[in-house]
Design a protein around this ligand. Sequence first.
Ligand code: AMP
Length: 430
Amino acid sequence: MSFASQSFSPEIVRALTECGYEKLTPIQQQAIPHARRGHDILANAQTGTGKTAAFSLPIIQQICDNPKQRSRFNVRALILAPTRELAAQIAKNIEDYTKFVSINVAAIYGGTKMASQEKKLEQGLDILVATPGRLLEHMELNNVSLANLEFLVFDEADRMLDMGFISDIRMIMNDIRTQPQTMLFSATFSSQMNKLSNEILRKPKRISVSPENATAETVAHVVYPVDDDRKRELLSELIGKKNWQQVLVFVNYKETANELVKELKLDGIKAVLCHGDKAQSARRRALDEFKEGKARVMVATEVAARGLDIQGLPHVVNYDMPFLAEDYVHRIGRTGRAGQQGHAVSFVSRDEELTLVQVEKLIRQRIRRIQLAGYEPANRDALLHKMHTKSAFKDRRGRTNNPTDQSDAERRARLRRAVLNKSKITKLKK
Ligand code: AMP
């Protein structure tokens, strides 16, 4: 099915052709006709399926069909995304799609200056892509008005809930008085997600490109049972022996990421880092080097890598198993994209076996185990002994997965307290 057959205007079709899009992906085939008719949408779709175009093209076309004078701080369409990278990437895609039409778009997210974002907001925007925390900050300062909002999108909604954005989302929703056409995209569904979608969607059209909580069919999953302290060697060996050229490696801790990159370099494997302590510009540089093939490996923590678009990525390695089984689905969403075969490799130590079982349940698939000679895990008694004696294991319990997010959460909590205090003061004054 071609984009022209969906009655997109020739300027949009031309921009899509320049992006290399010829046919609609399955999620686009399902979502676009409903979205063009103004329906709310509840979509079960993973990263890499073409969901950004699925929700943004109908919005772009509707804005083109109904042009309006821009007014200060006013926003016509709001797209909420969980991370800075994803917000920036969505805005970039929309810029590409709107190259030949007069639509303006901006992304606002934490970690960059408020003032430059305020300037963008002041001119009035057709489309605003934002992370919830930073949007609330601008709302507090009256830098943005959602009074005339016509379109609202929640992208990677499950991730927003996981990151604790639910109260921010509620506060944002409180400020929306119109009934915007609302679309919610999520790779996984939980009871909390169902509750949220019941609250914000009106008679949504439900669409799904794969069974709930399943991973792309084009991904081959394998598990290497191995002890924690042998994982580094195993990774170098697999990269070398199997001649993997582009490998995204997920770890749970920034410290692990730092050490691993150093060790890989010692093994002569060029690796770059992507985690929350790295400045936005450094992360982008790392990603560029990785994409261009200047670095063979990118070692990333979950949140930092969220939403990064790395097309045709052949290998994703879970160096540590994620804490939540759902995160497995997100991580490996980086491979097997756009119909290409992907390879999802997990290193599973004995204390990660439970997560593996949960992952298999979630993806409804048993994952093939490959026991590489020389890397057999030590027996359980040895592990228990190690857990009780090694301080690193004890410390690990107290650590959080991503201190950056924790500080974001603290910042948001502070902001919420400020908002509450402000409303109390206003009430008292009355
Ligand atoms: P997304 O799921 O939106 O992150 O998209 C995944 C990748 O597929 C991105 O690199 C898009 O540019 C690309 N893409 C989206 N729609 C199409 C299409 N119809 N044809 C070819 N590539 C597409």
